[in-house]
Design a protein around this ligand. Structure first.
Ligand code: COA
Ligand code: AMP
Length: 629
């Protein structure tokens, strides 16, 4: 049996032995005497009596073992432009200072802190400072609108918000303070303070109530030591899109998270202490949490923090410039970034200008990797291109090519094989297993491995209803797919109303809620339609109230503005059609899947449950027209 097959077998047959051994990858202030407590299932508790601190594991222990002078963080902003580096010793000291400043504002174990910052080193410091105090961070992506920020503030009830004065997008400065003030105005909860990082040239107004200057507070704070927390204490909440407009607060606990992430760096990414790892994402997404911040630092690798885009900042050679400049060993990003590079530089002329010989692997995730992009990236780079599949909820890859454990041959279109720890099965809608080659719902047998979500913040019932109640004993991923005869997993797409726009996960429900605020709209539906660059784009169909007379162009402009106002620029909502009615089942459910299929250019069967087939006939040409564009 190969190393992968043996590890996979053992992880499922003897999860306690497997993860008990992996627990040795981190330092515990109190060693766990047990690996798994299933007595409170489905709220499984990994390393139940262990005590540790994630920030100490990411920073202090490397300093204490003599690696204090090794680079921990390289910041490269293509936007300012600017560069800065921190050794493990320097980053530990910075984080201890920020933790001290937060403690002085009253933040302690279990308190929530919203982090609303762009890709600057201080964002990582804020997260690690929370972990140092045993406080629970919740990072909010800068591309969301104030309403989304308000929803997160209300749900997490933070004691403090940590923010930066602005983010930098191509051609515009995104001022964070007005957005934050607007969100605070909408939220019933008001944090006591906002710790504000002033970015050069774009300061926030610190005279407003509650604001504290980052630089002043950190320089005057007493450095805070790491606070030991229970392995089962919460480390962070990360909100992600569900099928309704209300975001789900994925809650991750400390011990299992650190163990699992440390294990993945070797087993999947083949990255060791001292290697340079570059996850090109944003700290607002799970990829940023796991692979910009925690995983590389936990094992003593160097993380690259990049502020910029794959193209246009300044050109399509920026990835290769960063690889050469810092000796990057592996890149991790979303396929859309490579589609963007391919579009402007199809022959990879920029690549030829740089020495990228340190690059050993390209990892892609966040959305389906189309075979054409896979082939292009493989040919241009001449290194293995690894498609791997995971979710905010799982925190680390469910299926991958485990490069460190045993490199496997790749198959275009497949995320390769289930990673040890994940008991991946394919079921039909009645919960019966389906054989190789047949598509079905992808589910995962319980217990989920360490590092997966523990519950949804403050809402155990929604956790069970969303993920565990569809098929008894299994976690419902919301994705469909199949295994082939060789046990390779092919992930085909969501079976719910979650869409993926440029690797950003969005809820069609949230976009629909924004459209519904328009006074002319009686009813609406949003579906994801294919896009050659961003993978998917949202497409809105609206039915107008009787008697409304507004030209379609001005209506569309107002609807687009409403989505930008309520969901954010990141939704990239630009396409809406007015239709006479929406097709529904007899019980009133909008037939989104059928519409999605037609807009995807497929012949869709008319569902037996349809209320009025003539409605579908009436809008089919609109959807087909969309497919042809
Ligand atoms: N703060 C504020 N606004 C943001 C933002 C942020 N952090 N990130 C994106 N936006 C805005 C953009 O400015 C843009 O606004 P616009 O409509 O005014 O132009 C909008 O949200 C859409 O942004 P984006 O998805 O980045 O699209 P783009 O057209 O600017 O760039 C790509 C396209 C492919 C280059 C870009 O999506 C990309 O780099 N993707 C990489 C994938 C990635 O990081 N995925 C994360 C998960 S791994
Ligand atoms: P997020 O929670 O933002 O990471 O989004 C998770 C969703 O993105 C998954 O449920 C999938 O639908 C999709 N996804 C992520 N990675 C892949 C992949 N490698 N292949 C196909 N879909 C993916």
């Amino acid at each position: 049996m190969g190393a992968y097959a043996e590890a996979y077998r053992r992880s499922l047959a003897d999860p306690e032995g497997f993860w008990g051994e992996a627990a040795g990858l981190i330092d515990w202030t109190h060693d766990p005497s047990r690996t798994l407590d299933a007595s409170s299932a489905p709220f499984y508790r990994w390393f139940p009596d262990g005590e540790m601190n994630t920030s100490a594991n990411a920073l202090d222990r490397h300093v204490e073992s003599g690696a204090g002078d090794r680079l921990a963080l390289i910041w490269d902003s293509a936007m300012v432009p600017a560069k800065r580096t921190y050794t493990f010793g320097e980053l530990r000291d910075e984080v201890a200072g920020v933790a001290g400043a937060l403690a002085a504002l009253g933040v302690g174990k279990g308190d929530r802190v919203i982090v609303y910052m762009p890709m600057v080193p201080e964002a990582l410091m804020a997260m690690l400072a929370c972990a140092r105090l045993g406080a629970v961070h919740s990072v909010v992506f800068g591309g969301f609108a104030a309403k989304e920020l308000a929803a997160r503030i209300e749900d997490a009830q933070p004691k403090v918000v940590v923010a930066a004065s602005c983010g930098l997008e191509p051609g515009r400065v995104v001022a964070y303070q007005p957005m934050l003030e607007k969100a605070l105005g909408m939220s019933a909860h008001r944090p006591a303070h906002t710790l504000m990082l002033q970015r050069e040239g774009h300061p926030a107004d610190l005279s407003l109530p509650g604001y504290v200057d980052w630089a002043e507070a950190v320089s005057s704070a007493a450095p805070a030591a790491p606070v030991p927390v229970a392995s089962t204490d919460p480390l962070y909440i990360l909100y992600t899109s569900g099928t309704t407009g209300k975001p789900k607060g994925v809650l991750r606990t400390a011990g299992g998270h650190a163990v699992a992430l440390a294990w993945t760096m070797g087993a999947i990414y083949d990255i060791q202490a001292g290697d340079v790892f570059w996850a090109v994402s944003d700290v607002g997404w799970v990829v940023g949490h796991s692979y910009i911040v925690y995983a590389p630092l936990l094992i003593g690798a160097t993380t690259v923090v990049y502020e910029g885009k794959p193209i246009g900042t300044p050109d399509a050679g920026v990835f290769w410039r960063v690889v050469e400049e810092y000796g990057v060993k592996a890149i991790f990003t979303a396929p859309t970034a490579f589609r963007a590079i391919k579009k402007v530089d199809p022959k990879a002329a920029e690549l030829a200008k740089y020495d990228v010989s340190t690059l050993k692997t390209l990892f892609l995730a966040g959305e389906r990797l189309d075979p054409e992009t896979y082939r292009w990236a493989s040919e241009m780079l001449g290194v293995p291109v690894v498609d791997h599949w995971w979710q905010t909820e799982t925190g680390w890859p469910i299926a991958a090519n485990p490069r460190g454990l045993e490199p496997m041959p790749t198959k275009p279109g497949s995320a390769t094989v289930p990673v040890p720890g994940w008991d991946v099965r394919i079921l039909d809608e009645y919960g019966e297993p389906v054989g190789a080659g047949r598509e079905g719902e992808i589910v995962i047998g319980l217990p989920l491995p360490p590092g997966a979500l523990h519950t949804l913040w403050g809402d155990d019932e929604r956790f069970i209803a969303s993920y565990l109640s569809r098929h008894e004993g299994f976690y419902h991923t919301g994705d469909s797919g199949h295994f082939d005869e060789d046990g390779y997993l092919f992930v085909m797409g969501r079976i719910d109303d979650v869409i993926n726009v440029a690797g950003h996960r969005l809820s069609t429900g949230a976009i629909e809620a924004a459209l519904a605020t328009h006074p002319a709209v009686a009813e609406c539906a949003v579906i994801g339609v294919p896009d050659p660059l961003k993978g998917q784009l949202p497409y809105g169909l609206v039915v107008l109230k009787a008697g409304v007379e507004q030209d379609e162009e001005s209506l569309a402009a107002e609807l687009i503005a409403a989505v930008r106002r309520d969901v954010g620029a990141v939704a990239a909502f630009r396409d809406v059609s007015v239709v006479p009615a929406l097709p529904k089942t007899r019980s009133g459910k909008i037939l989104r899947k059928t519409m999605r299929g037609i807009a995807d250019g497929r012949e869709e069967p008319v569902p037996a449950t349809i209320e009025d087939p003539s409605v579908l006939d009436a809008i089919a040409p609109v959807l087909r027209h969309r497919a042809e564009r």
